[in-house]
Ligand binder design. Structure first.
Ligand code: SF4
Length: 302
């Protein structure tokens, strides 16, 4: 409980009704409208994520993520499988992703907008309001990845009357421009930190520049709002990715950074293309990482 209190003072205040969520404050100040206009402009030469495809999505051009301008959602429900402090969580799974992870556990639905149902921003706003009435503690925008849908998310929040905290649940592969838009909108950043080595990011997720983008976005998120970091532990990537990531977190975000070490990896999608990813993580490997995290002074593990 001490870890939760240290990680989320503002989020807990929103849940207690002592504070408004950031997007409602932004709406009152006229900031949300300005941000919607800014994102619309970016869509004309899209660089919402680190790929910076520069396609004109407003004119129907598609970039690597293949996301158009209408929300496509492959799942919308009260999620009870997130971290304890977040559940029940009203979770929207957008179809389409900015990364191409060979081991994705939600593929193909997460990978392609064609697998999603079309929603409109009005539908999303009403759905969030209904889930808030039912007792959900937040709205959780995830995918795939929510980044290509930033415009739709902001438009839905403009229509939304619920005082619900906003959770931005992302792979952390978004651009500086997206990070700027998210400021004063998001209450809790729920960010993956997947790779420390550029070569691993390129080989497994076709994600050039991932480590640099993730570090930049984690630092920015920690200054803007509250942050929960997810680290998916993958076999064969303990020494090159997991441990250096934990060391970086300790050195840059401090010992109380909230970190969830995920042991759930199992070979999915095209994982078997990579020898080291063709098996589950062992308990010994998991324990080795937990011990390492504690040894270097991380005190707020989920
Ligand atoms: S969100 Fe990223 S992948 Fe999709 S079109 Fe924009 S820059 Fe390209």
């Amino acid at each position: 409980m001490e870890g939760i209190k240290k990680a989320y003072p503002a989020y807990l205040n929103i849940l207690d009704g002592k504070k408004k969520p950031e997007f409602q404050i932004a709406k009152q100040k006229g900031i949300l409208d300005k941000k919607i206009k800014q994102v619309e402009k970016i869509l004309g030469s899209c660089e919402l994520c680190e790929r910076k495809c520069k396609v004109n999505r407003l004119a129907g051009e598609l970039g690597v993520c293949k996301v158009g301008i209408t929300p496509k959602i492959f799942g919308a429900y009260t999620h009870m499988g997130e971290e304890a402090e977040l559940i029940p969580s009203a979770t929207l799974f957008f179809s389409g992703c900015t990364m191409k992870c060979d081991y994705c556990q939600n593929a193909p639905d997460s990978m392609s907008p064609e697998h999603g149902n079309e929603w409109f921003e009005e539908d999303i706003a009403k759905w969030i309001e209904q889930k808030f009435k039912e007792g959900c503690r937040n709205v959780n925008f995830v995918g795939g990845d929510p980044t290509p849908y930033l415009f739709n998310m902001l438009k839905a929040l403009k229509l939304c009357g619920a005082d619900t905290p906003v959770v931005w649940n992302s792979n952390a592969y978004y651009s500086e421009k997206t990070a700027e838009i998210l400021k004063d909108i998001v209450d809790v950043y729920l960010l993956d930190f997947r790779y420390f080595k550029e070569g691993c990011a390129r080989r497994l997720s076709d994600a050039k520049n991932y480590p640099k983008a993730a570090m930049r976005n984690l630092l920015g998120a920690s200054k803007d709002a509250e942050l929960l970091i997810r680290l998916l532990l993958m076999p064969g990537h303990i020494g090159c990715d997991a441990k250096p990531i934990l060391k970086w977190i300790k050195e840059n975000l401090g010992g109380w950074a909230r970190v969830n070490l995920l042991a759930q990896y199992h070979p999915s999608w095209h994982a078997k293309k990579h020898v080291e990813l063709s098996r589950r993580l062992t308990h010994i490997e998991y324990q080795e990482v937990v011990d390492y995290a504690k040894d270097i002074g991380l005190k707020n593990l989920c």
